[in-house]
Design a protein around this ligand. Structure first.
Ligand code: PMP
Length: 309
């Protein structure tokens, strides 16, 4: 991965090499940090970089920080403004990924959330596809259970809880799968290591509810609107059993990184035609147009970086 040239660090845009923390940093030792993940799309014919739903991403970022009792001196608008400055400094003319991080910066020993100081950093890096393939993914149901709301809340992007995702992802990859699907302690489907999941059964699009230990995904929410309003498939949010995955016509992953990843096999069982189903395929075509600002109705989801808003 190419390292960024700049970082937003302690309230300023600085050379990336100057954005450093000490090894005693609280967030590094105890996972007491929250992060975000946004995508910027380079639009060649407009010579413009469009960031997808930055205010929604920063809203969730601030909510994740709030779960850790962080007091940050920024609004979501402030963060979107800092991101704009950072991207302008970086001057990227290609698709990119943005990583905001809020972390307890105190250099001390002692696990807790109170009486600590939080800082925010942000970097942007060129970025293509997240998964090695986007169609016909073979996923395995993980032996690792998803963190519960009363263990570490999965609804926010909390750094420490990504150990749970990493355990599942590595188990899946070393076991020959492309990705993992995780279940709750009660056996219901949650999500993949870094993406939400949708299931089509008997023509109905299903997705786990936000009370089933999932990240409240921005892509998930966007796709629910597109499925209902543009494709005529209102999404039903309900608990999903593991074996419903084996009977589904289509299953796909959704997230900023993966975008839309069509699952072709689950636990060695073929899903649909093994590549991509009709709803997933139509939805993906639409989503790619939407994120690149090509659908006027949803253009407001795309924030231009180089030109005046
Ligand atoms: N679930 C998890 C665990 C994730 O890490 C991500 C990626 N942020 C998602 C779902 C998808 O969320 P979003 O659409 O907001 O990127």
């Amino acid at each position: 991965m190419t390292l960024p040239k700049h970082a937003f660090f302690k309230g300023q845009i600085v050379p990336y090499a100057d954005a450093r923390v000490g090894v005693l940093t609280h967030g590094l030792n105890y996972g007491t940090a929250a992060f975000g993940g946004l995508r910027g799309y380079w639009i060649e014919d407009e010579e413009e970089l469009l960031v997808f739903r930055p205010l929604d991403h920063f809203h969730r970022f601030l909510q994740s920080a709030r779960l850790l009792m962080m007091e940050l001196p920024y609004s979501k608008e402030d963060l979107a403004g800092s991101l704009r400055k950072l991207l302008q400094a970086e001057g990227l003319r290609k698709d990119c990924y943005v990583r905001p991080l809020a972390y307890y910066s105190d250099e001390m020993i002692g696990v807790r959330l109170h009486d600590l100081h939080a800082e925010v950093s942000m970097v942007a890096v060129p970025y293509g596809n997240y998964l090695s393939k986007e169609d016909g993914l073979h996923v395995g149901v993980s032996s690792w259970r998803r963190v519960d709301d009363n263990v570490i809340p999965a609804r926010g992007k909390i750094a420490g809880s990504y150990v749970n995702s990493a355990l599942a992802k590595t188990e899946a990859i070393l076991g020959g799968f492309d990705e993992a699907l995780m279940l709750n302690a009660d056996g219901h489907l949650c999500e993949a290591s870094a993406a939400n999941v949708f299931v089509v059964r008997d023509g109905v699009v299903l997705t786990p509810p936000v009370t089933d230990n999932i990240l409240e995904g921005i892509t998930r929410r966007s796709l629910m609107v597109l499925l209902k309003d543009e494709l005529g498939h209102p999404v039903v949010e309900r608990p999903i059993d593991r074996t419903e995955l084996y009977l589904a016509e289509e299953v796909f992953l959704a997230g900023t990184g993966v975008q839309i990843g069509a699952i072709g096999r689950i636990d060695h069982r073929q899903v649909g035609n093994g590549k991509i189903g009709p709803i997933t395929s139509t939805l993906r075509d639409l989503y790619y147009k939407v994120v690149r600002g090509k659908v006027p109705k949803y253009r407001s989801w795309c924030a231009p970086i180089y030109r005046d808003r």
